[in-house]
Design a protein. Structure first.
Length: 77
């Protein structure tokens, strides 16, 4: 269904796949952090959250660069 919507909206499927991977990383990191918090390991939970955020940022860089390029093309100059 998501692939059909992406094709209809003329969005590159690579970006859709990347966004889905980012969502998966966010859920897994949050789940792991909550488990470690429940086990009484708050400092480890914060490290897991930080690692998840770093992975998400690293995966989002190509999408952000395309977004910035698109915005720069829209600005008359």
């Amino acid at each position: 269904m998501i692939q059909t919507l992406a094709i209809t909206a003329n969005v590159n499927l690579i970006y859709v796949d990347t966004i889905l991977k980012i969502i998966g990383i966010a859920y897994i990191a949050e789940f792991a952090a909550q488990i470690t918090k429940d086990a009484g390991q708050g400092s480890l939970a914060s490290k897991i959250e930080l690692g998840g955020k770093i992975l998400i940022l690293a995966m989002a860089i190509p999408i952000l660069s395309v977004l910035i390029e698109t915005i720069l093309q829209l600005i008359p100059g």
